[in-house]
Write a protein of this length. Structure first.
Length: 455
């Protein structure tokens, strides 16, 4: 419910302090009720530790009142958006984060702690008006690792310990960080950190704890427990790629389910038959989701769902394979999103896509970066603590390499359907057939499915 930012350094400089203050001012877009910072001086400085600056209302600019004083080596800050249930009309300094415990632990928090009252009672604390007030005492009592294990809710935390260590902890709430020659600077959004000279900003992994020692030695560890379930949900068209992917997970011992989307494509009858045949052969489940209304009636504009449209076969299979004439708008994004919802609801640990390197030359949503970016979205698309991996076992392989892998795995390639058409046999001329035929020829292996037309 806030924005956090800060820095730690071994060599304070005016440039770093100014960059932080600009980060702090930009952070006000995520918190308009109050803002504050606490920090500590360079070890050689003679002034108190830590200093604090807290005010109601958002930071609206940088002026002399934001001076950081004599060269602090660390600062953590907060721009707070008060939850409706915790709104305070009269904001005194003691109700404006960051909060500092009597032991000197400083904490700033973005998120919502749902069990703060229970934790406060267990710590024999009086009722606390702000949920994040409980975090510092909890850390003082149990240490950072055990304290995090007791928090129920969302968080991105910056914690400065009395020994000078800075901890950055997050579940799905983001923290972005930048390494400088003698410092680290962090914030809640990449845009808050952006400077002309400040590039290569990275997001800390969701569900992680990063420790930065006073000498700037950094280490990061996951806060996720091991995933006990080995359950794979394979988005399966019934073609070569997804058949090989499904076989891969079955051979690895995963409890595998094939998920097929019926979306009104020309070959939907043959694709459904292929998925059922693959599931029976691999002894795994098959699930079908009907999306025909969405793709045919609501979205449309695809040669694959418009059975009257020309598939461009007169241009030749090679050209059809090299340009997305048969593009279905946002198909893989929609399929992946629905698969994610299904996986979360039904307890799958892995979603597997059958995208491949070769078709990424024509289809943007076959490119590996599509899957990687979708995987980055998962922590912010599923509920707290849900763990679902997004994998692309053949995403780096060309079609002939996928055929070779399928042969090595003894995948049921004879049961697959690749053709864009719905005939009794593969047409042999569409772009998908073109790739398939050349892939088997490259492996000097007869294609186990018949074709209507010779090559």
């Amino acid at each position: 419910m806030c924005s956090i930012c800060g820095f730690i350094t071994t060599q304070p400089t005016p440039e770093l302090h100014d960059a932080f203050l600009r980060t702090f001012a930009r952070s006000a877009e995520r918190g308009r009720d109050s803002h504050g910072m606490v920090g500590g001086p360079h070890p050689d400085a003679s002034w108190g530790h830590p200093f604090a600056l807290r005010r109601p209302g958002p930071s609206t600019g940088i002026d002399e009142t934001y001076s950081l004083g004599p060269a602090p080596t660390w600062v953590i800050a907060n721009c707070r958006a008060e939850p409706t249930t915790e709104y305070v009309a009269a904001k005194t300094d003691d109700l404006i984060p960051p909060f500092v415990t009597p032991a000197g632990t400083a904490v700033t928090h973005n998120g919502t702690i749902a069990n703060d009252k229970e934790l406060a009672a267990a710590l024999n604390l009086p009722p606390l008006p702000i949920d994040s007030m409980v975090i510092g005492p909890l850390i003082d009592r149990y240490g950072i690792h055990n304290a995090l294990a007791q928090l129920v809710g969302s968080y991105a935390l910056a914690v400065h310990a009395p020994d000078g260590t800075l901890y950055l902890a997050c579940n799905y709430k983001p923290i972005f960080i930048k390494r400088l020659p003698n410092a680290y600077i962090f914030g809640s959004l990449e845009a808050h950190l952006r400077e002309d000279w400040l590039d290569n900003i990275v997001q800390l992994p969701p569900y992680s704890l990063t420790t930065i020692a006073p000498d700037l030695t950094l280490s990061t560890q996951t806060l996720r427990p091991p995933i006990p379930a080995r359950r794979a949900l394979v988005i399966c068209s019934g073609g070569l790629d997804s058949a090989v992917v499904a076989t891969h997970y079955v051979r690895l011992g995963y409890d595998t389910t094939l998920l097929h989307f019926t979306y009104g494509c020309r070959a939907e009858t043959r694709e459904r038959e292929a998925v059922n045949a693959l599931a029976a052969h691999l002894q795994c489940a098959a699930r079908f989701i009907d999306m025909r209304t969405l793709f045919r009636a609501d979205i449309g504009h695809s040669r694959l769902t418009d059975t009257a449209a020309d598939l461009m076969t007169e241009r030749g299979g090679e050209r059809s394979a090299e340009l997305a004439y048969e593009w279905v708008p946002a198909r893989n994004l929609i399929f992946s999103s629905v698969a994610l919802a299904y996986a979360e609801a039904h307890g799958f640990s892995t979603i597997a896509l059958g995208n491949n390197l070769e078709e990424s030359g024509a289809y943007p949503d076959n490119e590996m970066i599509f899957t990687l970016k979708f995987a980055d979205l998962v922590p912010n698309a599923v509920n707290l603590n849900a763990q679902i991996a997004i994998e692309q076992p053949v995403g780096n392989l060309t079609k002939h390499e996928i055929v070779r892998l399928g042969l090595e795995l003894d995948a049921p390639l004879h049961l697959t359907w690749s053709c864009y058409e719905n005939g009794p046999t593969h047409c042999g001329t569409c772009g998908s057939c073109h790739l398939r035929r050349h892939a088997f020829a490259h492996n000097h292996t007869p294609d186990p499915v018949p074709y209507r037309e010779a090559s």
